[in-house]
Design a protein around this ligand. Structure first.
Ligand code: MD3
Ligand code: FE
Length: 213
């Protein structure tokens, strides 16, 4: 049971319209979530994708669920199989689905049922440059993100790449729900600072739950 009066109970931090941080919301589940990540990666290993522009991404990725986000020579797209291996993605664990649906509802987005979970792995120096997530069919559906392991500085901007950014530290167990008008805001991750986390070692992991189709 989630004890709302415990010293370390989760709390909500509103960011912008439609975006809210559920601080530490998944902290007690972090070990189980990482065990699932390990099983998914055993079926579909983390890979550094090559962007259509020919650059190797510093973040390594895998996916679970009916759909996964892949890149190939034609660009970025959601696909029901890993383009590299020709295999279906590993199933999305029920614990992942339930967490995403519950957190979305807590943030005011009931009826969120993700069909894709992109799993990002950051090593020291790995970063995600400012971008928008707009490859999903229905942009009224939120995205739910779960941070695990080493902390990272998240950049949260506006609707133009050049708009000023807020900086937010995301730590193990922090869940963020991005919906409403915030869904198309530019965002990114600053280069990961080296460290050793008791659960994830030298890495940070981020799960993003999406309704792609
Ligand atoms: C704000 N991942 O996978 S999660 C991504 O920590 C991505 O790995 C980052 O950006 C990470 O696309 C950030 C937070 C996040 C995810 C989706 C968003 C923030 C968002 C969509 C719209 C606005
Ligand atoms: Fe993103």
């Amino acid at each position: 049971m989630l004890d709302l009066f415990a010293e370390d109970a989760p709390w909500q931090e509103p960011l912008t319209e439609g975006a809210v941080i559920l601080r530490r919301r998944a902290r007690d589940m972090a070990g189980e979530l990482m065990a699932q990540v390990g099983q998914i990666a055993a079926q579909n290993p983390f890979e550094h994708r090559i962007t259509p522009g020919g650059h190797r991404m510093s973040v390594a990725m895998t996916n679970c669920g009916d759909l996964g986000w892949s890149t190939d020579s034609r660009g970025y797209q959601y696909s029901d199989q890993d383009e590299a291996s020709g295999q279906r993605w590993p199933a999305m664990p029920a614990s992942f689905r339930n967490l995403a649906t519950t957190c979305a509802a807590e943030a005011g987005f009931s009826g969120f049922h993700p069909d894709a979970c992109l799993i990002n792995r950051y090593e020291p120096g790995a970063k995600l440059t400012l971008h928008q997530d707009k490859d999903e069919r229905d942009l009224r559906q939120p995205i739910v993100s779960v941070s695990l392991g080493l902390p990272a500085v998240f950049l949260f901007g506006g609707f133009e790449r050049s708009d000023a950014c807020q900086r937010v530290l995301l730590e193990q167990g922090d869940v963020v729900v991005w919906g409403g008008s915030s869904r198309l805001r530019y965002h990114g991750i600053l280069p990961l600072k080296p460290g050793i986390h008791p659960l994830t070692g030298a890495f940070r992991f981020n799960l993003t739950f999406r309704r792609a189709r």
